[in-house]
Design a protein around this ligand. Sequence first.
Ligand code: UDX
Length: 453
Amino acid sequence: MKITVFGTGYVGLVTGSCLADVGHNVICMDVDADRIARLEAGEMPIFEPGLAAMVERNVEAGRLSFTTDARSAVAFGVLQFIAVGTPPDEDGGADLQYVLAVADTIGRYMNDYRVIVDKSTVPVGTADRVHQRVAGALESRGVALEYDVCSNPEFLKEGAAIEDFTRGARIIVGTDSDRVQELMRDCYAPYNRNHDKLMFMDVRAAELTKYAANAMLATKISFMNEIANLAERLGADIEAVRRGIGSDPRIGYHFIYPGCGYGGSCFPKDVQALARTAHQNDYHAELLDAVEHVNDRQKRTLFQKLSRAFDGELAGRTIALWGLAFKPNTDDMREAPSRTLMEALWAAGARVQAYDPEAMQECRRIYGERDDLTLVADRVQAVQGADALVIVTEWKEFRTLDFEWLKSQLSLPVLIDGRNLYDPETVREAGLMYYAVGRGKSLQTAPQVAMTD
Ligand code: UDX
């Protein structure tokens, strides 16, 4: 099957290369000539495990190519995936300018039946808008051609995107056309062998499914963070509570880990966009507002714990950070809790000494050179000469830690763990002041660290 993918960002590249990997012929189109040139040279614009090798083998096999030429891209595939960005606009909604620009392009150049597949995360009703834009472009050319628009949202987790594409729980397709159903079945047949994962529904239901899935997951996290904050005040251990509630299959063990707040390109943006859609339809989605509010508050808790441990005296202190990415196995720092923490520390006059296995280049790109930010080559260097250590991202390499050694490195024995990686008893036995998330009366009853200079 011939397939065109517009957009060579995260979703577009994963979609294009996974479809090529099962034998389809795929062209990925992007307006960014520089990015296409780099892709042709084998350079990935993002870090995603397994992606570079997959792109390379499919380019070599002649099934995957890249172009900036819109006319040939539209001429190529009967399926035209739109996988361009939908960044948040000023009001927290999704900015659709790139999606609609692709619709214009397809309408301008198409000469045959085309299925336009909305892969980008777009508000409910976008397929209708895409339909109108293509109609407008065809009308101005004075031609009448058949086409359909369907919704096929992605459910890719960064760091596990290839696994999610190839072995995802479901493949959602929103369409009312039998012809589209058949083409989409052909497209996904290689990934739909053992049991039927394809779910066909109306277009608006498919568009809403994507937002509902992310909002539900974000709700689980904010709920757990709320209970964790309560656990701290009550002297209960949230890890025991997590296991206790997770054992009920109606709740389940997945995605109920408390932490320092969710980040990334999806949850914050999608929860906001769904709340805004509700508002535009005269409905106040109170729960969604609360999910976002709890998360904003949670991202500030690392700083609050530090500030309390240092009695509010953070000026001139050096704080070590382990982890900058919003989660492990990615270099993405969008909406990352590390940013909320670093910015608060700088505002308080503290210095940051940070290490992340993948995200340091991204951190440099965002913040540039600053006197109060030192990026170091490994986790050992991060704590050298530091006053306290904060763990922000649960990279695997942080899971073991010699607590005695850490104590000998820090000028004050403060370890703040935003991901509940360690057993509190063990850490405290080593003489560290350990503040995790929701693990007993950590900050409420712990004695203040004696201030020394
Ligand atoms: C998410 C969805 O999982 C995916 O289906 C969707 O297509 C895009 O958004 P992603 O943003 O890549 O994927 O990351 P995910 O692994 O879901 O984690 C999101 C955030 O939630 C991270 O900041 C993570 O640290 C946090 N999280 C996750 C928790 O705090 N607790 C948990 O139990 C799980």
